[in-house]
Design a protein around this ligand. Structure first.
Ligand code: ASP
Ligand code: MG
Length: 423
């Protein structure tokens, strides 16, 4: 029998009415003759509420306890969804991540899936039941403690289950009708992308498109799983994220697939670094030892005669204070003058496999941003992406300008935001 894995995000299970609606969708698939496995997120914003609660009792809660707390959100929704399905006359069994066999590394808050051993899920399916799995969580192979996969991790749970169960498809239900050429919350005329390659989706997700969890896309790529992103609030066709998007005959793929943005990064500038061999290495070794993820790096040419240079880089805002503390410790040894910190920045990225074979994309991108009166602070590129850092309050203008420049605007507004905040 064909097997489908479905994922429902927080806004799709936000309250009792939403849960009943989702139960109906799940039962419809079952009635259509499929085996169904469902990964669910916590209801609405309850993960954020749990985080707030934790901060009120302890400013820096230990990772083990925080994961225990946060995973309870998904346990609530999995049981309620199972009950709602039962109420429709179908059997459903809920499982925690650990019960579903999601085995992870032991890094609390950002554990990686090592293996999935879904014996109990198979048993449930063999008994004719629908399996409901708590998303975003697993159990550490070493410590046996409960772990979480990072914010938005339920997408990854779904794809990992699809891979382990050899599912025919993985459907990710969210609060917009698929992947759009830009976040419809910023660009109302954004267009739905019917099909996008996994490679481009990976760049979009890495550049802040919150529609899919980055690790979920990586996982799907590794195991060749097609993902169907759809809204749980409509019957619209959504977006297929595919290992390869065939160029339909006589029709060229657009040069640019979309414009992504990210406001979650900050910029640190190390001022007055002596321009000598090994200084950059010392700085970035220190940051690596503090387990800080660096994104863009720019080294400014030293002013004539000073023999000093400035090095700027971006990193997640959440790592900002740790990075500053680590760098202060080596200030004397490296001999730099000072540190500047700015978390009021944003990153705007243009993504498209077509830019490989089209010259001039960069110039057009920068022209459009200049046309919007926005100053570019940093630049980085990959083969299929160009990213710039701009002031945070100018992100919307830059996204809109690039979107228009590459003719991505739809003639009429087709994007509907049904709820939620972008997850
Ligand atoms: N509930 C978790 C979060 O809000 C996981 C998820 O939604 O995928 O990040
Ligand atoms: Mg959520």
């Amino acid at each position: 029998m064909a097997l489908i894995v479905q994922k429902y995000g927080g806004s799709s299970v936000a309250d009792a009415a939403a849960i009943k609606r989702v139960a109906q969708r799940i039962v419809a698939q079952k009635k259509a003759g499929y085996d169904v496995v469902v990964a669910v997120s916590a209801m609405g914003d309850s993960t954020d509420e749990l985080l707030d609660l934790a901060e009120q009792v302890a400013p820096l809660p230990p990772g083990r306890e925080l994961d225990m707390l946060l995973t309870s959100g998904e346990r609530i929704s999995m049981a309620l969804v199972a009950m709602a399905i039962g109420n429709l006359g179908y059997e459903a069994r809920s499982f925690t991540g650990s019960q579903a066999g999601v085995i992870t590394t032991s890094l609390h808050g950002n554990a990686k899936i090592i293996d999935v051993t879904p014996g109990r899920i198979r048993e449930a399916l063999d008994d004719g039941a629908i399996a409901i799995v708590a998303g975003f969580q697993g159990v550490s192979q070493d410590s046996k403690d409960i772990t979480t996969l990072g914010r938005g991790g339920t997408d990854t749970t779904a794809v990992a289950l699809a891979a382990a169960l050899d599912a025919d498809a993985c459907e990710i239900y969210t609060d917009v009708d698929g992947v759009f050429t830009a976040d419809p919350r910023i660009v109302p005329t954004a267009r739905r992308i019917p099909e996008i390659s996994n490679e481009e989706m990976l760049e979009m997700a890495a550049c802040g498109a919150k529609i899919l969890h980055l690790r979920c896309v990586e996982y799907a790529r590794r195991y060749n799983i097609p993902i169907h992103v759809r809204s749980s609030f409509s019957q619209k066709p959504g977006t297929w994220v595919l290992p390869h998007v065939e160029e339909s005959e006589g029709m060229e793929q657009p040069i640019i697939s979309g414009v992504a943005h990210d406001r979650s990064e900050a910029k640190i500038t190390v001022v007055g670094v002596p321009d000598q061999v090994g200084e950059a290495a010392a700085i970035f070794r220190t940051l690596a030892e503090a387990e800080i993820n660096i994104d863009m790096i720019v080294q400014n040419v030293s002013a004539a005669g000073t023999a000093r240079t400035d090095i700027s880089f971006t990193l997640p805002t959440s790592h900002g204070q740790i990075a500053l503390a680590a760098l202060k410790k080596i200030q004397e040894q490296v001999g730099f003058t000072s540190l500047l910190y700015n978390d009021r920045i944003g990153k705007v990225s243009l993504v498209g496999a077509g830019m490989r074979s089209y010259p001039g994309v960069t110039a057009r991108f920068f022209d459009s941003i200049a046309g919007a009166g926005v100053n570019i602070e940093m630049i980085s590129t990959s083969e299929i992406r160009i990213s710039v850092v701009v002031a945070e309050e100018e992100v919307d203008a830059a996204v809109g300008a690039a979107h228009t420049e590459f003719q991505l605007d739809a003639d009429q507004v087709e994007a509907v935001v049904y709820g939620g905040t972008g997850r």
